[in-house]
Design a protein around this ligand. Structure first.
Ligand SMILES: O=C(O)c1cc(=O)[nH]c(=O)n1[C@@H]1O[C@H](COP(=O)(O)O)[C@@H](O)[C@H]1O
Length: 235
């Protein structure tokens, strides 16, 4: 399911209005970016919206961050595969058995299976917030521990912050995919994100794919902003 060329930017479509999202999508080229559908748009517009994007030729990352008992997550991941998405994610903190069940649920799909990745520590979280939920490791230590668990369960990669990318590439090797949200071009608003990096820094640090939402979707000219970021990554 890999397109060639391999666009690095996954545009996060976090819109409450489908027409607004479609107006943006019509300006985008599937050879220059991939699309991410998350909880807001999936809850509002459901699988039909995902099928529309897949039928339009886009690789879709279905970002529903499944986190439940192994049987439930396995079935949810198989349902995502039925939609023809390119990538789907679970929470690594659901544990090894949950991740293994998710991976096994994709075996029948062979080379049509979506990439299966696990969220480590949300890019909006700081060390202090980890402490509040009983995690005394630093974000980088916790990301590494969850990434090891994910790799050992046979998944394709993790979602982490680009701040942890060089550590993970060194520890887990180049083939284990790193998907990094929390990307902020220099001078743009961090918003609720905390562990951030610029697109160029993220790529240099070892990110395989950059998830970028508001810096593109809220820009006055999103297609031009995407082109500029792509250009900065290629030069
Ligand atoms: O799994 C994700 O995509 C994700 C994980 C994470 O740790 N942090 C994170 O921001 N995301 C998603 O990435 C997108 C980031 O959007 P912006 O902050 O607008 O660039 C949002 O759709 C988030 O749901």
């Amino acid at each position: 399911m890999q397109t060639s060329p391999d666009p690095k930017i996954l545009v996060a479509l976090d819109f409450a209005d489908k027409q607004q999202a479609m107006a943006l999508i019509q300006q985008l080229d599937p050879t220059l970016c991939r699309l991410k559908v998350g909880k807001e748009m999936f809850t509002l517009f459901g699988p039909e919206f995902v099928r529309t994007l897949v039928n339009a030729g886009f690789d879709v990352f279905l970002d529903l961050k499944f986190h439940d008992i192994p049987n439930t997550v396995a079935k949810a991941v198989a349902a995502a595969a039925e939609l023809g998405v390119w990538m789907v994610n679970v929470h690594a903190s659901g544990g090894s058995r949950m991740m293994t069940a998710a991976r096994e649920a994709l075996v029948p799909y062979g080379d049509q299976a979506p990439l299966l990745i696990a969220v480590t520590v949300l890019t909006s979280m700081t060390g202090d917030e980890l402490l509040q939920i009983g995690v005394s490791r630093s974000p980088a230590e916790q990301v590494l521990a969850l990434a090891r668990l994910t790799r050992d369960a046979g998944l394709d990669g993790v979602v982490c912050s680009a701040q942890e990318a060089s550590l993970l590439k060194a520890e887990l090797g180049k083939d284990f995919k790193l998907i990094t949200p929390g990307i902020r071009p220099a001078g743009t608003d961090a918003g609720d994100q905390r562990r951030i990096m610029t697109p160029e820094q993220a790529l240099t640090a070892g990110s395989d794919y950059l998830v970028i939402g508001r810096p593109i979707t809220q820009a006055s000219n999103p297609a031009q902003t995407l082109a500029e970021i792509n250009h900065s990554l290629n030069s």
